[in-house]
Design a protein around this ligand. Sequence first.
Ligand SMILES: Cc1cc2nc3c(=O)[nH]c(=O)nc-3n(C[C@H](O)[C@H](O)[C@H](O)COP(=O)(O)O)c2cc1C
Length: 381
Amino acid sequence: MTSSRRRFLQILGSSAVILAAAGTGFVLTREPVGARAPWRNAGSYPDPMRRALSWAVLAPNPHNRQPWIVDLISETEAVLYCDMDRRLPETDPFDRQITIGLGCFLEIFRQAAAEDGFAAEVEVFPEGEPQPRLDQRPVARMSLTPGGEADPLFAFIPDRRTNRNPYDTERDVPETALAAMQTAAGDRLSTGFVASGARRDALRSLCQEASRVEQITPATWQESLDVMRIGRRQIEAHPDGIAITGAMMEALQIAGIMTTETMADPDHRAFGESLSMQAGWSQTAMAFFWMRTSSNTRAEQIDAGAAYLRAALSATRDGLAMQPMSQSLQEYPEMAELYREVHQRLAPEGGTLQMLARLGYARPVSEAPRWPLETRLRESA
Ligand SMILES: Cc1cc2nc3c(=O)[nH]c(=O)nc-3n(C[C@H](O)[C@H](O)[C@H](O)COP(=O)(O)O)c2cc1C
């Protein structure tokens, strides 16, 4: 063990941390219960539009920015917009990933409506596809009419999580579960997976290097740090972004050891700890799953979101942990070489890789925070 690591561990165990924590009224139960309320409240609204939307806000989305704003027109009609301030211009310069998140939102909306006895009609980009970035034009017009066909995947929405724990390296992912994810994703795009061997190892290394590039590039790393919420108080105040819970991390934050400032400083131990944590994500990937579209239109990005959500629900049903590993798919200059490499490996026939995720078995994680539905609505009705 290096002396700096020993020192770091000493600090962890030191009374200074405990005292710093005690001085702020720190208690061992530090769960952000209020920030998770939307998971408990989903479906409990009086009208069908709000009922379906209250499920849709549970959609996976980049950095949990929750970029959705909904104009309520009536109890059965609404218009979805992207909240321009919730985009991630450094890591997602063309709003491709934000659009995928909006696609996840629309797919849950559709499933929730069907569960409730309504067919959802969704017209995407009714005023045209904004390029090269999203703009103020609507992302989708949505309406509900009685009907719809219940989807068996809907039952797994409350249990779906992005799991950032290390995955069990003793336990392989069965190919049947990966094939089921492909079936769930549907045939509007192509999907692939690998669960063993040299090809998986090469992807582990590629993802690890891509996370390193993101972290050593100040602008892209700062973008993640800016939305990091450490501990209950920060998460309850801003129920979005990358939420880090747990008594240990909160104590380190209070003691000034693990803060967004120390994590930004390449000379600080916290920077290195963060690199190792991310390396652990790549190195314990027991399988990878990816999605490719033949072009890269906004409609295809929305389709990719729906397909990702469906694949993730299938993985949830089969007890698998899943985490997107998006770094190498991102379109900024420092990532260009790895972007080319991942496309050569996984999309040699051309097209755009829209999602790449790792899978395995892991300790479960809690629900990620969400803003209450009411804060995402504009009512013109
Ligand atoms: C397009 C897209 C890209 C994402 N990329 C990553 C990623 O690179 N790393 C990661 O840990 N999570 C990634 N996520 C997952 C989100 O961070 C996650 O959905 C969000 O924090 C909400 O958490 P939940 O999925 O547990 O509800 C991505 C999600 C989407 C839709």
